[in-house]
Design a protein around this ligand. Sequence first.
Ligand code: DC
Length: 218
Amino acid sequence: MINIAIDGPSGAGKSTIAQAAAKRLGYLYVDTGALYRSLGLHALRCGADPGSAEQVVPLLPDAHLTMRHVDGEQRVFLGDDDVSEAIRTPEASMASSAVSAIPAVREFLLDVQRDLAKKNNVIMDGRDIGTVILPDATYKIYLTASDEVRAKRRMLQLQEKGIEQPYEEVLADIRQRDYNDTHREVAPLRKADDAIEVCTDDLTLEESIQAVLDIVSK
Ligand code: DC
């Protein structure tokens, strides 16, 4: 199987770019952030503190998390509830970052991710795909953009979903999540030594997709 790992900070455009590239290559797109987001949402719904391992770990056996692909589009379910939209709120974003620092949560999601990559040609995006989940991925890409560009893009994305959040707040959230994601003890966000870095600051969406496809075709 061909596995393409795309890692990078929040808002670098990973999911949009990876999804489009996967469609053109006919690969399965796997958004691993959606898994952490679903567990973050699960913790919030259960009234738990997403940053507390003692409160979150006992909830894991009841988190019936499934990922289904419908017409190439990934949907995530908690039990029978399609949470694909609910996991995109600012609250769920912060909760996902908090639960993702808990080692048992990462362990819980490891097999789901590896299993998908074993059975399919995938483009998988996340924070630790090239470093931990798929260290032998066929291609590894580290997608970045400056804090400000990422905050502007994220604000527009939220607006499209009808969520209004001031720019300064979006920027602060992005920086806080970057800090959490790069400073956690287990599987922190970092560029794999053999990953190719792509900065999307000055690239259009189409150019960014092309940059990924160029790496794969080489
Ligand atoms: O990619 P995203 O913004 O949807 O990810 C949500 C959170 O999940 C992010 O703050 C960090 C965490 N995450 C992770 O720790 N490892 C991954 N492979 C994907 C996401």
